[in-house]
Design a protein around this ligand. Structure first.
Ligand SMILES: [Zn+2]
Length: 136
């Protein structure tokens, strides 16, 4: 089982942005998948934040141990802010919200920071591809 089933369409790192056509840093990976594909928790953790904006659409930020994961372009969040979850539990459904060229999940992993009164401070985005490839 993986965080999400689909096809890796855009790797982590510097790339030419598919919409703006400009060189930019991609802080996660893109997994192409049909709208409504289950997003499964990469570990036991907690939903920290759910929000929406023009670029990332509906987004969810979760914490697992001391790590932070983000999911963007969702169609639905199955859980609410503050809810806890277990490894492999369905936490959201993928979608096509925000600025996209097609339905996909944008998955980020921020590591090395710490949680201070509910806010993640410091740390760096790292490539989540290994985590995604090896599965849960
Ligand atoms: Zn992306």
């Amino acid at each position: 089982m993986r965080i999400i089933e689909g096809k890796l369409t855009s790797p982590f790192g510097t790339r030419i942005h598919p919409v703006t056509k400009e060189k930019s840093f991609h802080n996660g990976i893109d997994i192409a998948c049909p709208i409504g594909t289950p997003v499964c928790a990469p570990g036991n953790g907690r939903v920290e934040q759910i929000f929406s904006n023009e670029i990332g659409g509906l987004q969810m930020i979760i914490s697992v141990s001391n790590e932070r994961y983000g999911m963007a372009h969702l169609s639905e969040c199955v859980l609410n802010e503050g809810d806890t979850f277990l490894l492999g539990e369905k936490i959201a459904l993928s979608g096509n919200s925000g600025r996209t060229t097609g339905p996909h999940l944008h998955l980020t992993h921020k590591s090395g920071g710490k949680w201070v009164s509910g806010k993640y401070v410091g740390g760096n985005f790292i490539d989540p591809v290994e985590l995604w490839e090896k599965g849960l």
